[in-house]
Design a protein around this ligand. Structure first.
Ligand SMILES: [Zn+2]
Length: 296
């Protein structure tokens, strides 16, 4: 790997040969310094160009380092406190913790969604149908009840009820809560990944041999030639469209184990909204939330 001397530092750079490039290009990012060299240009020409741009490269490297430090600091702040008042990223939103004392020896989790509240069951459309003909006054009263129920539905964000055994000491408690929350997130991830994989697989006409949860740092999913599809459990923290896109992408690899036109045609066939999903995934990564999720 060629190196460039900047002050006292020596910076390595990578050369990428390109048939399409028209001139030498330098890109500086989290992956380092990458120099794209057109077919007609020599290694010597590339080296001379890099040397000429040394000051610009030094400035760009500094900006990347600052950006990475800022992103990591922001990510560290997004790691939840494993106690009442904490919240965990889930399906693109936040699931607030509702910690309550519990009997037994294990931490127990339950997702509380607004529809679970008895008030909403009573106000469901089915309940109205069962009531039969009504006077105008009744109808007005029901309309008010509906409005109240809807408002409560909108303001009552889903929560994660966490039953913590009373005998646990403070330090043991947050570790136990963390373990239980991560276990719960992984179980939800498997449920959604399997559901998406089955529906995309049915459309493709091929099913994965096995679906596994992965935890790779550098990729969200993979598909082996043996048909094993692996998807990072951390995508359960991303918006649902992002998870669906990654699953569709890996399932499409069952038909086309490359990223050529046949592969993208398969993706579009089984998941017409794939481009939106991909954009959602990229936006989630840029927001720093994906980095925060990796610290969980
Ligand atoms: Zn791929």
């Amino acid at each position: 790997m060629p190196r460039l001397r900047i002050g006292h530092d020596s910076v390595a750079w990578t050369t990428v040969r390109s048939a399409r490039a028209r001139r030498i290009r330098i890109r500086v990012g989290p992956e380092g310094v990458i120099v794209t060299v057109p077919r007609g240009a020599s290694a010597g020409e590339a080296e001379a160009f890099v040397a000429q741009k040394a000051a610009w490269i030094a400035g760009a490297l500094e900006r990347v380092t600052r950006w990475e430090a800022g992103r990591d600091a922001a990510a560290a702040q997004m790691v939840p406190a494993w106690e009442q008042g904490g919240a965990v990223p889930y399906r693109g939103g936040q699931l607030a913790f509702q910690v309550e004392p519990a009997l037994g020896r294990r931490v127990r989790l339950r997702e509380v969604v607004a529809e679970d509240e008895p008030a909403h069951v009573a106000d469901s459309p089915a309940a109205h149908v069962a009531r039969g003909p009504r006077s105008d006054a009744d109808a007005d009263a029901d309309a008010d009840a509906d409005a109240d129920a809807r408002e409560e539905y909108l303001t009552d964000a889903p929560r994660l009820a966490i039953g913590v055994p009373a005998h646990l000491a403070e330090e043991a408690r947050s570790a136990a809560v963390r373990d239980a929350v991560v276990r719960w997130l992984r179980a939800r991830a498997l449920y959604h990944v399997e559901a998406e994989a089955h529906s995309f697989g049915a459309r493709l006409g091929r099913m994965p041999s096995v679906i596994r949860l992965g935890d790779q740092k550098s990729r969200w999913g993979s598909c082996a030639t043996s048909g094993v599809v692996r998807v990072s459990w951390r995508l359960i923290m991303a918006p649902p469209e992002a998870l669906a896109y990654v699953v569709a992408h890996e399932v499409a690899h069952l038909e086309a184990p490359h990223h050529g036109p046949a592969f993208w045609a398969a993706v579009a066939r089984i998941h017409p909204a794939w481009a939106d999903g991909k954009a959602t995934l990229k936006a989630w990564e840029r927001s720093g939330r994906a980095a925060a999720g990796r610290l969980l």
